[in-house]
Design a protein around this ligand. Structure first.
Ligand code: NAD
Length: 442
């Protein structure tokens, strides 16, 4: 009897749910993927270099609040999810999904150190018949030009011995309407067999798989999605600056424009941009474009506009305090919200940090309130920031501050209480619309 080919064996094990799926990187992107495979009937091995995370998961503590401990308990309880930091276990996996960070260097170039380190770890355990899928967002060519050579240095060949694909993660933290299983999954392999196998793997647990020609197309698709957001956020932030000068209420304009039933997607202005993806990913494409002699001008401009917004907010505050005869040096300022967006506990790349730094540089005394972020993580980029804890939002606290800045529009905050007791509110999110003597839009 002829021996079963690696691709056929993998397809059979996926179809029968005998396959073990390893997920490397159990963060915001990787953990929901791990849960989804476990809920879909697969045995899941969750791997992370962060031992504290592995310990938390093993003891039933889900450190990503919006995922909920029930999903973790369900996956652990059914014996389908095994968190581990023993990367030697990779040899047991049929499929390996990679969701490690892809940040920027201080020069704002792609930093693929985590992807490269992970690819080397996989290479050390790679065996024929395995499927490797990169989910970390990166520039077109990463899977083919960076990951593939590391894996092929083992002597095994992609498309014949092992299989390799890219499939972007499309999580929208805090969005209860969609789950990993109901968000269509784009998949592109470095060859047709890899595409097919990766499509079969995700097809077993998500409602709709969208296969594309190759890994580069899948990588570019993800970047386009995030460039779309980055550019539209910049556009509406720029509009806010222009209309502010003209004395036109940007929120009224946006509410009215949003009644157009076609051809318009609403974006709201804010204090800048934040999160792990939108301020980062577009620069991966801009960087790669330069290799081809192309300047991605929309991306660069969006970066400039969004990165300047914290300065605009602080300028507005300085002027409003000046009008009230309050100097910035020694002024007590409370930031309302440090999470990068509404109702999430994620403060990565939040514009709150830049605002805080600008305030501290001017001699202000700063604290914050955020119901979702009890302790403020000090960002690597701004290590001089103090490690603060959330101040309770009471009437006496509000009244004791020279100003409050609404940075994040969390829904659980009582903005009327704020407006009633604050001497001054600088509102970057339009939570206190209409004319009020103590509210300044910024
Ligand atoms: N956060 C999101 O909503 C989101 C959405 C789409 C895409 N992504 C992409 O997913 C990737 C991961 O982002 P994230 O938000 O989940 O980051 P994260 O920091 O929340 O999680 C990454 C995890 O990887 C672990 N890790 C780092 N290096 C590792 C290594 N060498 N081996 C094993 N584990 C390692 C970290 O300890 C961490 O737990 C990024 O490329 C990001 O752009 C994230």
């Amino acid at each position: 009897m002829s021996e079963e080919r690696p691709a056929d064996r993998l397809a059979r094990r996926v179809a029968s749910r005998e396959a073990t799926v390893a997920v490397i990187g159990l963060g915001y992107a990787g953990l929901p993927v791990a849960f989804t495979f476990a809920e879909g009937g697969f045995q899941v091995l969750g791997l992370d270099i962060d031992e504290a995370k592995i310990h938390a998961l093993r003891t039933g503590r889900c450190y990503i609040a919006h995922l909920g401990s029930e999903r973790l308990a369900g996956a652990l309880g059914r014996g389908r999810f095994e968190p581990s930091h023993d990367f030697g276990r990779l040899a047991q996996a049929d499929a390996i999904v990679v969701a490690v960070p892809t940040p920027l260097t201080p020069q704002r170039d792609p930093d693929l150190a985590h992807v490269v380190a992970t690819a080397r770890t996989i290479a050390a355990h790679l065996r024929p018949g395995q499927l490797v899928v990169l989910e970390s967002t990166s520039y077109p060519g990463t899977t083919d030009e960076v990951v593939r050579p590391i894996l092929e240095a083992t002597g095994l060949k992609a498309g014949a011995d092992f299989f390799l694909a890219f499939s972007p993660e499309r999580e929208d933290p805090g969005n209860r309407q969609y789950t990993t299983a109901t968000i269509p999954k784009v998949v592109g392999g470095v060859d047709p067999v890899s595409t097919q196998l990766a499509a079969a793997l995700y097809g077993a647990v998500v409602e709709r798989v969208v296969p594309v020609s190759d890994a580069r197309t899948a990588e570019a698709t993800k970047l386009y999605e995030n460039v779309f957001r980055a550019v539209n956020i910049a556009l509406v932030n720029e509009l806010k600056l222009v209309l502010d000068r003209m004395g036109i209420d940007v929120w009224e304009v946006l509410d009215a424009a949003a009644t157009k039933p076609f051809g318009l997607m609403r974006f709201d202005p804010g204090p800048g941009w934040g999160g792990h993806c939108i301020p980062v990913d577009p620069f991966y494409l801009a960087w790669k474009a330069r290799e081809y002699g192309v300047t991605a001008r929309f991306i660069e401009h969006a970066g400039e506009v969004n990165a300047r917004m914290p300065e605009h907010v602080v300028d507005k505050l300085v002027r409003a305090l000046g009008d009230r005869g309050v100097p910035m040096r020694g002024a007590r300022i409370l930031l309302l919200g440090v999470a990068y967006k509404r109702d999430v506990d994620d403060a990565r790349e939040s514009p709150a940090f830049e605002i805080m730094k600008l305030l501290l540089d001017r001699g202000a005394v700063v604290d914050y309130h955020d119901p979702h972020v009890p302790r403020m993580p000090v960002p690597r980029r701004l290590p001089s920031l103090p490690a603060l804890s959330s101040t309770p939002l009471r009437a006496d606290v509000i009244a004791a501050r020279d100003a409050l800045i609404v940075v994040t529009d969390h829904t659980s905050v009582d903005y009327e209480l704020v407006a009633r007791h604050a001497r001054l509110v600088v509102d970057t999110r339009g939570v206190l619309r209409g004319r009020r003597p103590n509210v300044v839009q910024a």
